[in-house]
Every structure is written in C-alpha cells, then in structure tokens.
Design a protein around this ligand. Structure first.
Ligand code: DGI
Ligand code: FE
Ligand code: FE
Length: 208
C-alpha cells in the first residue's frame, strides 16, 4: 500500500472522525509541524503522525479490541477496560499501518504512545504527545469530562517551543494529578514515563 500524503490523510480523517475530533486533529497536526520545525524534526512526519494520532477515536470499543487482537497488540488492563481513554492509541497505530499504509516505525510509535508517553521517547513521539496537549482548540472544543483542563496551559505552551523534556514532565505531572483527583485508574506506562522524565530532568538541570 502506498503511504498517503498528509493532504490525503486530512480528507480521510474528515470522513472518519466527528467534526470536533477532526478540528482537534488538524490542530494537533499543525502544532506538531510547528514544533518539528523548531526542534529539527521532519515536518512531514510530524504532520502525518498528528493527522493520524486519533484515527481510531471514533471506532467502537469492540472494534478497537478486535483490531488489537487480530494484530496481536499487547494491551494493559487500563487499555482493555470499557470506555478506556487509552485504547484508541494502540488501535490507531494498527489502523495507521493497515489502513493508511504507514510503515515508518517512528510515526507508528508516536501514535501508540501519544496518550501515556513512555521512557526514551523519540523527538517525534515527544512532539505528538505535546501537540495533543497544547493544541489551540483543546480548551475550547473538547468535552469537559475528557479535558484535563490544563492548569498551566499558557506556561506549558510557551515551554514546548524551547524545552521538550521539561514540557513532557509538566504534562505528565498534571495528567497524574488530574487522574488522582478524579480517581481515574493510572496506566503503568503513564507512571513509568513520569518517573523516567522526572529522574532525567533531575540529572540534567537546565540553565537559568
Ligand atoms: O485523545 P485525546 O482526547 O485527544 O487525548 P489523549 O489521547 O492524550 O488522552 C485522553 C485522556 O487520557 C486524557 O483525558 C488523559 C487520559 N490519560 C492519560 N494517561 C492516563 C489517562 N487515563 C487513564 N485512565 N489512565 C492513564 O494512565
Ligand atoms: Fe488521543
Ligand atoms: Fe488527540
């Protein structure tokens, strides 16, 4: 299968996603492209990953599970739970490969880990994870229940263009605090990613 251009993917996402989710997707793709330009990453890869990061979001839970089973994707307990906010990342990565012809492993990993993060993320993975959190539509268009309502959004948006690891720490910290406040089950990968980047930040203090 031929790899589709971001332009073709945009048309496909418009057809498969809800209007709000499509707007969010465009915002993530363009935010990721800007972050890529600043941080020396491939802009087209960032656009592609951003365009596809939520491609499975509007599929039923049952179909997402079936897709992951078919391609033997390992799922954690939190990912398998009904109404899991995490499952679409793993299902989306499979869909990107099987339906949209993406073969670039870095793009596929960026989709897989855009919700939880993970230790040792590539620059592209960090960019997609961060773009998903800071995109300009986040506060406006998303349902309150699905929105972490980032307390430090202005600060985090500014930091994203100069310090990817510091931004990851801030987002993971606020996400864990939000989940703890709401009694949400924390996936081991979210916790591991947080511990990894906090330790990493302590080892490499930034100047000023
Ligand atoms: O798909 P989006 O809504 O654009 O955003 P997303 O994929 O980053 O995340 C959706 C939700 O997932 C968000 O409200 C935070 C939540 N989340 C992140 N890590 C965990 C988590 N939820 C649970 N239950 N456990 C986690 O470890
Ligand atoms: Fe998502
Ligand atoms: Fe998203």
């Amino acid at each position: 299968m031929k790899t589709l251009t971001p332009d073709r993917l945009r048309g496909k996402m418009k057809k498969t996603l809800s209007p709000d989710r499509y707007e969010h997707t465009l915002s993530v793709a363009y935010t990721a492209a800007n972050l890529a330009a600043v941080h020396g990453e491939d802009v087209t890869k960032a656009l592609t990953a951003g365009m596809l990061h939520d491609c499975a979001k509007c599929m039923s839970h049952k179909k997402q599970i079936a897709l992951c089973e078919k391609y033997q994707v390992q799922l954690s307990g939190t990912e398998q739970a009904k109404n899991s906010p995490l499952l679409h990342a793993k299902a989306g990565s499979v869909l990107a490969r099987e339906n949209y012809g993406i073969t670039d492993e870095d793009i596929l990993h960026a989709i897989s880990y855009h919700t939880t993060g993970r230790p040792h993320m590539s620059t592209l993975e960090k960019i997609v994870f961060i773009a998903d959190y800071i995109e300009p539509e986040r506060r406006r268009a998303k349902k309150a229940a699905d929105d972490r309502q980032a307390k430090r959004l202005t600060q985090i948006r500014r930091m994203a263009f100069c310090d990817l690891d510091g931004t990851l720490c801030a987002i993971l910290k606020d996400t864990l605090a939000y989940l703890q406040e709401r009694g949400g089950s924390i996936d081991p990968m979210t916790r591991t990613a947080y511990d990894f980047y906090m330790a990493h930040e302590k080892e490499t203090p930034r100047e000023s």
